[in-house]
Structures are given as C-alpha cells and as structure tokens.
Design a protein. Structure first.
Length: 201
C-alpha cells in the first residue's frame, strides 16, 4: 500500500476492512501515515489529498473526527456544491460514525441533488442505523424504482435492495428476506458492508 501511495500520489490502496486490520497494529498505521507525509512533502499540490487520506486511515483506526470534520467543512465552504453533503451523510452511514448527526446532511444531499438514487441509499442506511425503518423503506423503494432484482448491476442498487430487505424485516414483513437474498446473490460482500455500521437483518 505504501508503494501504491507513492506511485499513484495519494489514493488508499486497501478496502475498508483490510485497512482496519492493518492500522490495528501501530506499526502498520505509522508506515501508512509516513507515506502520506512523504507524499505531501514531495508533492505539495497533493497535501490536501494526503491529509484527507490520513483522516480516512485514522477513521479506520477508530478515530473518525478528522474525516468527518473535513467532509463537513467542505459542505460549509462550498454551499454551491449540493453534492458535498452526500459525503458527510455517506461517511456516517457507511461506517457507523456519529449517525445521530447525519440526517441534516442526508436531507440536504437528497433535496439538493434532485433526489438522486445514491443519496436516497445513503440516507436510507442512516435511517436504518437510527431505527427509522418506515423512512428507510420509503427511501430504498424510491431508489430502486421498478427495477427487478435480476437486473441489478450497480453497486448502489444492491445496497438499496439489501437495505430494503432489512427495513421490511424490521417492520415485520417476512418478504424482506427475498430482497436480502437477491442482494447477496448479486454481491455477497453487501452483508459485511452493512455490518461495518452495525446494521444487520
């Protein structure tokens, strides 16, 4: 990963759960942080990206404050970009951080971008985490539209199907199991993606 950071000038080279395993060891986190520090020093134009990536690494180590602060500052500093609120919503819902403060960002993302499907999925995930199952079901239904499960190709559609299944099950609708099964058949890792935020059927 550290070689990749130097070669690609910044992007994280590990999926979330793999990164969490690496940074659980202090030496692993130190090596990754040092690689980002070297990148910022050698390529000052990439210093902002390096700081953002270090914040992501810190979040994987259990300290999401910097990651959330950067995302929220982007929303405040660029009010003209209505899509930025989605990142503040996503970061909280996807990883289970500070979800109690997520909804203003999620609502702003949904309303500001014309109710785009990906913003509805991210808000639905937060609603699941907050126990707002009826609201989550409505958002996942809207995101999915009339698309049949067998046609699902896009990652967010799989997330929407799985989230809808969980919402239905939580509301006492046993038919939600069909949604979760279809989503798992399309991408089995969806289960762990939701479990990262403590969301389970």
């Amino acid at each position: 990963m550290t070689a990749n950071i130097k070669r690609e000038k910044g992007l994280c080279g590990l999926p979330w759960r793999a990164l969490k395993r690496v940074v659980a060891e202090p030496a692993g986190r130190q090596q990754i942080d040092a690689a980002y520090d070297a990148l910022a020093s050698e390529h000052p134009e990439r210093s902002g990206s390096a700081a953002t990536q270090k914040a992501y690494v810190a979040a994987a180590a259990g300290h999401p404050e910097a990651m959330l602060s950067i995302a929220d500052a982007n929303v405040r500093n660029h009010p003209e970009d209505k899509s930025l609120a989605n990142m503040s919503c996503f970061a909280r819902g996807r990883y289970g951080f500070d979800v109690e403060n997520a909804m203003p960002y999620c609502n702003a993302a949904v309303d500001g971008t014309g109710r785009q499907g990906w913003t509805l999925v991210n808000r639905g995930r937060v609603e699941l985490a907050l126990g707002l199952y009826k609201e989550a079901l409505a958002d996942f239904n809207e995101a999915l539209g009339n698309r049949e499960m067998r046609d699902m190709q896009h990652k967010m559609l799989v997330d929407a199907a799985y989230g809808r299944g969980i919402a239905r099950l939580k509301l006492g609708d046993a038919g939600g199991a069909a949604d979760t099964r279809a989503a798992i058949a399309a991408r089995s890792s969806v289960v762990l993606d939701f479990e990262d935020a403590g969301i389970r059927p």
